[in-house]
Design a protein around this ligand. Structure first.
Ligand SMILES: NC(=O)c1ccc[n+]([C@@H]2O[C@H](COP(=O)([O-])OP(=O)(O)OC[C@H]3O[C@@H](n4cnc5c(N)ncnc54)[C@H](OP(=O)(O)O)[C@@H]3O)[C@@H](O)[C@H]2O)c1
Length: 383
């Protein structure tokens, strides 16, 4: 008889976290939630703790007046302790750079990491890979595009890959006149046509920096050079990505846009479980269309690709500057069409160095946050 896989969930209160909870609850004979971490939402974490049989819990930065669930710890060290606890899979779904330290704690403890959080691989892909290798463990994807590639590559030799093509829906501004981008509101940018996700990734999907982050994520996950990673606009979001091989064969993974499918696959380390989500019916479906990315409309993809190719600390700067600019846009402190110029300006001046040391990564992250913040200051010019 198979034993249940013990799951730790970092970011249990978010969009991916809640869907992961649904998957765990749906397959109680396969999964057991043993640890859960939230950012601020103590009440949301209490709901998770009540739903499952007593996972260890921590809230990283609870509000001063928050009531924590019984036995719940607080602070980043407590979150890292839970990330390193005895478990079969640590699911990383904390948005942004905040996920880095808990992810490294999980890897250092030798845990299999299933990550939705692309930002960790962007800011510190070399470090993450080195820590995984020295602990003898792996990082596997949850992001739907990377899960698709992972599925296409099962049993294949990566050396036989001619190119990986990451698909992108194009987001809400695929057809909006570019001349009106300066007046885009947060509400408009958060209205994604196909996926329901947290605000940061939804906004990144609108600018398409998300796809740029995913190019870098794919480079580090699959060890494929940037020259072999491409992007195609595919508004239906049915083909989650595809891989072309040397012999001319193309493998694609298709499915309804439903994150529970890649989440379940990752929690099971590749095991397919029954009826996780709706099955896609291709008969009668709309034609599958694919287009090149319009680089004038979506300059973010090129900015991110250049940062990835530059390597060193550039991807870390890209990520941090973007986090600052996106938060500023969502708070009404900058215009939509200022986000990518701020990010690009920071990347152009990125400090030299590599991602081998955590201190260097954190210093570059802090440098980029400060520089992007200066660009947001009243009176600052955004190129
Ligand atoms: N949603 C999707 O469909 C989707 C698809 C592919 C990839 N992803 C990736 O998955 C990650 C999570 O996305 P999401 O959509 O689930 O975001 P979300 O709904 O905004 O949830 C974010 C989670 O991260 C936690 N968090 C935020 N800041 C934190 C901090 N400083 N320390 C600790 N925890 C913190 C939040 O905790 P509190 O709520 O308690 O503050 C919440 O649990 C992102 O990297 C995103 O790019 C998401």
């Amino acid at each position: 008889m198979r034993t249940r896989r013990r799951i730790v969930l970092l970011g249990a209160t978010g969009s991916i976290g809640r869907q992961a909870c649904d998957v765990i609850a749906r397959f109680p004979d396969r999964f057991e939630l043993v640890g859960a971490v939230a950012g601020r939402d103590a009440a949301g974490l209490a709901v998770v703790a009540d739903r499952f049989a007593g996972p260890r819990t921590a809230v990283v930065a609870p509000d001063a007046n928050a009531t924590l669930p019984p036995g719940c710890a607080s602070g980043i060290e407590a979150a890292c302790d839970i990330a390193a606890m005895d478990a079969d899979v640590v699911c990383v779904a904390i948005t942004g750079a905040a996920a880095l330290r808990p992810t490294l704690a999980a890897l250092d403890a030798g845990r299999l990491v299933a990550t939705a959080t692309k930002e960790v691989l962007v800011m510190a892909g070399e470090l993450v890979r080195a820590r995984a290798a020295s602990a003898g463990t792996r990082v596997i994807p949850i992001d739907s595009e990377h899960s698709a590639v992972w599925q296409c590559l099962r049993g294949e030799d990566v050396a036989s890959v001619r190119r990986i093509v990451l698909t992108a829906s194009g987001g809400p501004f695929l057809h909006r006149p570019i001349g009106t981008f300066s007046s885009i509101t947060a509400e408009e940018a958060l209205a994604h046509p196909t996926w329901r996700m947290g605000p940061k990734v939804t906004l990144d999907s609108a600018t398409m920096l998300n796809k740029g982050l995913e190019i870098i994520e794919a480079h580090f996950l699959f060890d494929v050079p940037y020259s072999r990673i491409e992007v195609a606009i595919h508004p239906a979001s049915v083909v989650h990505s595809y891989v072309e091989f040397q012999d001319g064969a193309v493998m694609a993974q298709l499915g309804e846009p439903d994150m529970r499918i890649p989440i379940a696959l990752a929690l099971g380390d590749g095991e397919r479980l029954p009826e996780v989500g709706r099955t896609l019916e291709l008969r009668g479906a709309a034609p599958l269309e694919f287009f090149d990315v319009d680089t004038q409309r979506f300059p973010a993809v090129g900015v991110a690709r250049a940062a990835g190719e530059a390597g060193g600390l550039s991807p870390c700067v890209l990520n941090a500057a973007n986090e600052v600019a996106v938060a500023a846009f969502l708070d009404g402190r900058c215009r939509y069409d200022e986000i990518i110029p701020i990010v690009s300006e920071c990347v152009e001046h990125a400090p030299s160095g590599d991602q081998a040391s955590l201190d260097d990564v954190l210093a570059a992250d802090a440098w980029a946050r400060e520089r992007a913040g200066e660009r947001l200051a009243p009176g600052a010019t955004v190129a």
